[in-house]
Design a protein around this ligand. Structure first.
Ligand SMILES: [Zn+2]
Length: 371
């Protein structure tokens, strides 16, 4: 169900043109991408508001919308309501804000000569980390092939837009003459074009170079998480800014430790004599081996909790625990003497199961632990 355009702008159906404009202006300022970098939700709201304004600010479209709702624009209705691109939105701004941004303020389209900041593309790489790396945090040196400005490339002011990065068009509409600005096609909005470049550079004066980038990975990252290294993506031509390097985290499976959020699980196998008589055993942790005590008479299914031996929380909420699951190993083959011993214990009261409340079932224990 598509959201109502009036609801999006937070106005009533009887709002005047001036109120519609004012409401949109407020939304556009609040959710502007320059104010909300990398915020997908804000971007969505920004786009929705622009779409709502596009319709409600136009007398003809508004009348159709008021009568037919969103259906008015479906099936060849002339207006593609399915989302405007950012360039459309920014070009719409000329009308709404007039000179409001004249002195700049937003790098996206304001600022001195109204140049659009040209940004290089992002690069994506994947790093695979061991559980130990994840638990302790690690600095990885990663070889990256990125586009950089080729030495010897020079730029000149774009002749099409005279360096402004925008071209202005005047069109006649039923509402009168409208002036719209859109990014210059020649320079892509940068206001500059290539003057001279070396032979090995591409059309934008860039060439691929291999660079070693050091990436600090904090403790507690999760498989699938993406870290951003600012400005280590592809460079942009001229005075544009470099894109970012996006590092996707992959977690290597550990041979003995299983991760569940910030907690770790370890399956410990204990021989029957060790379980009966008590013992100690070395187990793996993410910070090395640790020897733990096995009480005489330990039951299979018991969970020993080693506090703080898990993974540090990525948001700084302490550390998880290491949960050691006790599995008593029942021998599958016995020699004659052993067999005779167990035969003789068949009716022995010490071998009779007598579970106490402290010997809760595995599931009850897990339930307790996470409740
Ligand atoms: Zn240009």
């Amino acid at each position: 169900m598509k959201e109502d355009y009036y609801d999006i702008l937070g106005i009533s159906k009887s709002a005047s043109d001036a109120e519609i404009k004012k409401a949109y202006r407020k939304m556009a300022l609040k959710y502007h991408p320059d104010k909300n970098p990398d915020d997908k939700e804000a971007e969505d709201k920004f786009k929705k508001a622009a779409e709502a304004y596009e319709v409600l600010s136009n007398a003809d479209k508004k009348a159709r919308y008021d009568q037919f709702g969103h259906q008015a624009f479906e099936g060849g209705g002339g207006f593609n309501g399915g989302g405007m691109n950012m360039d459309d939105i920014f070009s719409q701004f000329g009308d709404i804000f007039g000179g409001a941004f004249g002195g700049g303020g937003f790098s996206g389209f304001g600022g001195g000569g109204r140049q659009r900041m040209v940004k290089g593309s992002n690069l994506r790489i994947r790093v695979t980390l061991s559980l130990e790396d994840i638990a302790n945090g690690v600095e990885k040196k990663i070889k990256v092939k990125r586009k950089v400005q080729a030495e010897g490339t020079t730029y000149k002011t774009c002749g099409t837009c005279n360096g402004s990065g925008q071209v202005t068009r005047v069109t006649n509409t039923i509402l009168g003459r409208m002036q719209t600005a859109s990014p210059c096609q020649t320079c892509g909005g940068a206001g500059q074009t290539i003057d001279k470049k070396p032979a090995d550079a591409d059309a934008q004066g860039l060439k691929v170079a291999e660079e070693t980038v050091s990436v600090k990975i904090p403790a507690g990252v999760v498989d699938g998480m993406q870290l951003k290294v600012n400005s280590k993506g592809n460079e942009a031509p001229g005075n544009g800014i470099a894109g970012d390097l996006l590092v996707a985290i992959s977690e290597e499976e550990h041979p003995t430790l299983k991760r569940e959020g910030d907690n770790l699980h370890y399956d410990m196998y204990v021989s029957l004599p060790d379980a009966v008589l008590g013992s100690s055993k070395e187990i793996d942790t993410v910070t090395g081996k640790v020897r733990i005590k096995i009480e005489a008479g330990v039951q299979s299914g018991k969970i020993l909790r080693l506090r703080g031996k898990g993974i540090p929380n990525i948001n700084g909420y302490g550390k998880g625990d290491l949960l050691v699951h006790v599995n008593v190993w029942t021998p599958k083959t016995l020699n004659k003497k052993q067999k005779e011993f167990f035969e003789s214990m068949k009716d022995d009261e010490h071998f009779e199961p007598k579970p106490e409340s402290s010997d809760k079932s595995f599931f009850e224990k897990v339930k307790d632990m996470f409740s």
